[in-house]
Design a protein around this ligand. Structure first.
Ligand code: ATP
Length: 236
């Protein structure tokens, strides 16, 4: 039996008066890639934001490594080893690539240097454009920088929100390749609308619909479930 790294249990999250997440529950096993699927507006981003403490759950719990982190602030949650790659990438437009990396870095030890070597090797553009402003990068390069910023720290869990969004197919391949490699070292929760990517990388899935978790299972079973895919994902 694989160990549970993260357990989200019946969380309810409101944004203003809107009840966005309604008893969302899921479990993330150590070493797996768990994919959150569902249509636009289903609540995937809000789920990741609630885990990070950027939105607060009004009830329910988020337990990471057997510790209840539901009410902790984002800074503390990040320090516990949860990295977040937000949908809008969250990089500093006015800082150079190098400065974006330095600001993200929590330590300067050998392990961090090793991870830095890995990301620069994986994404040579980051090295090439080290002195270029974040805001001047292409969409793909911004995504690479955003992933690199989360990967540079000693995280046991990465939350990655729609990394393929708006990227050309060839760049999607590159991002996929990087996530495949990160998967060897880190547990991942991936929000991904691109079913090809989701099904290539994912081990388990949860489908969100209207702020609720409506289905879950193993990714290789979902691949062949045309009914489920059509009903909740709009994939014919
Ligand atoms: N700041 C906000 N104010 C009001 N409603 C919001 C806000 N942010 C999100 N919502 C609503 O919450 C619901 C869930 O949004 P969320 O972004 O979590 O969905 P999602 O599944 O990640 O979709 P997407 O892929 O479009 O980001 C949507 O109906 C959205 O309109």
């Amino acid at each position: 039996m694989m160990k549970t790294l993260l357990k989200v249990d019946e969380i309810n999250t409101y944004i203003d008066q809107f009840h966005i997440l309604q008893n969302v529950s899921f479990e993330v096993k150590t070493g797996e890639v768990t994919v959150l699927l569902g249509r636009n507006g289903a609540g995937k981003t809000t789920t990741l934001r609630t885990i990070m403490g950027l939105n607060s759950a009004s009830s329910g719990s988020v337990v990471y490594k057997d510790e209840d982190i539901t009410k902790q602030n984002t800074h503390h949650i990040a320090r516990k080893g949860i990295g977040y790659v937000p949908e809008d990438q969250g990089i500093f437009a006015d800082l150079t690539v190098g400065e974006n990396m330095r600001v993200a870095m929590q330590k300067e030890d050998d392990a961090t240097k090793e991870r830095m070597d890995w990301v620069l090797n994986m994404f040579p553009d980051l090295k090439k454009f080290w002195n270029k402003a974040g805001g001047q990068l292409s969409g793909g390069q911004k995504q690479m920088l955003s992933i690199a910023r989360a990967y540079i720290n000693e995280n046991d869990l990465l939350l990655i929100d729609e990394p393929s969004k708006g990227l050309a197919p060839i760049i999607v391949e590159k991002v996929m390749e990087s996530i495949q490699e990160m998967k060897e070292k880190t547990t991942i929760v991936l929000v991904e609308q691109n079913f090809y990517m989701a099904s290539s990388i994912g081990d388990s899935f949860y489908i969100l619909d209207d702020g609720m978790t409506v289905h879950s299972g193993k990714m290789n079973e979902l691949k062949d479930d045309e009914v489920l895919k059509k009903k909740y994902l709009g994939i014919a």
